[in-house]
Write a protein that binds this ligand. Structure first.
Ligand SMILES: Cc1cc2nc3c(=O)[nH]c(=O)nc-3n(C[C@H](O)[C@H](O)[C@H](O)COP(=O)(O)OP(=O)(O)OC[C@H]3O[C@@H](n4cnc5c(N)ncnc54)[C@H](O)[C@@H]3O)c2cc1C
Length: 247
């Protein structure tokens, strides 16, 4: 049964005015990389909660959440406004099946996200599992603006440590950037620009994880199905595993 743990904000790190990493002191919190918890705040309407993916590696003493305040949202603007020392509630245990142990074997692991959906992948990549299981790992981060390309230091450290095995592909739709592709993800798959940039294919030896915006997930999934990939279900193993952040 889920419990609520009261915790203190250790840091609210602003990447820019509409994107932050909220770091919460909670030593000993156990989870599998890719899982999420519910964060709750007290409001005049009572305690309100929403799901947020864990960005930190399992075993870290601080939980890390990447969040954007949704306009007119009930919870995210309040979480975004929290500062060091403020209190919030974290649900325990962490839950969710968007984890590497749910994936069948494969050669290439595609980790594709929009916006804050990169969070679970950062947690997975901080563990040994993906590096040991997959010959090639492609992290694709689709954002609107260059300032949304977060955790670049951490990503650069994996680029240095795993050259040949790891490819990071930023995709920025509303600005040009020398390293980034500039179009919607389904289009980049259709015209093969993404595969070319990554030096990898979407084939039956691929495992593809999709996280974030539901429209992106639907459209990318449709493109992958044209290429013969199928949704991964426990009852029927396939190639596409999804985590949709809203409906
Ligand atoms: C498994 C899971 C993990 C999640 N992890 C994260 C995370 O790591 N970081 C994060 O920022 N959010 C995450 N979310 C989304 C989060 O749970 C909330 O839905 C979001 O913060 C909005 O909550 P709200 O109460 O402010 O908005 P609400 O008052 O609940 O709703 C506002 C409206 O905005 C839509 N919406 C929700 N999120 C977004 C968004 N990002 N962009 C545009 N529209 C949106 C909703 O469909 C709704 O119609 C996750 C959701 C799920 C299901």
């Amino acid at each position: 049964m889920a419990q609520w743990l009261e915790a203190a904000v250790a840091e609210n790190f602003a990447w820019h005015p509409h994107l932050c990493s909220l770091r919460v002191e909670l030593p000993g919190f156990d989870f599998i990389a890719g899982q999420f918890v519910r964060l709750a705040v007290e409001t005049a309407q009572g305690r309100l909660q929403r799901a947020y993916s864990l960005v930190n590696a399992p075993g870290d003493t601080r939980l890390d959440f990447l969040l954007t305040p949704v306009a007119d949202g009930k919870v995210s603007p309040r979480l975004h406004a929290l500062q060091a020392g403020d209190r919030l509630w974290v649900s325990q245990p962490a839950t969710g099946f968007f984890t590497l142990d749910e994936l069948p074997a494969g050669e290439t692991l595609w980790l594709m996200a929009t916006g804050t959906g990169i969070g679970p992948y950062l947690s997975m990549l901080a563990t040994d599992e993906p590096w040991q299981r997959f010959k090639r790992i492609v992290l694709v981060h689709g954002v609107r603006q260059v300032q949304d390309l977060v955790y670049r230091d951490r990503i650069a450290s994996w680029q240095q440590r795993y050259p040949g095995q790891f490819h990071y592909q930023p995709v920025v739709t509303r600005e040009s950037h020398p390293e980034a592709l500039q179009a919607r993800l389904p289009q980049l798959i259709q015209n093969r620009q993404l595969q070319q940039a990554a030096g990898a294919q979407f084939d039956l030896d691929s495992q593809v994880m999709l996280c974030g915006n539901p429209e992106m997930i639907k459209a990318v999934r449709a493109e992958l199905e044209i290429l013969g990939l199928r949704k991964n279900l426990r009852s029927s193993p396939g190639h596409i595993t999804v985590e949709q952040y809203w409906n």
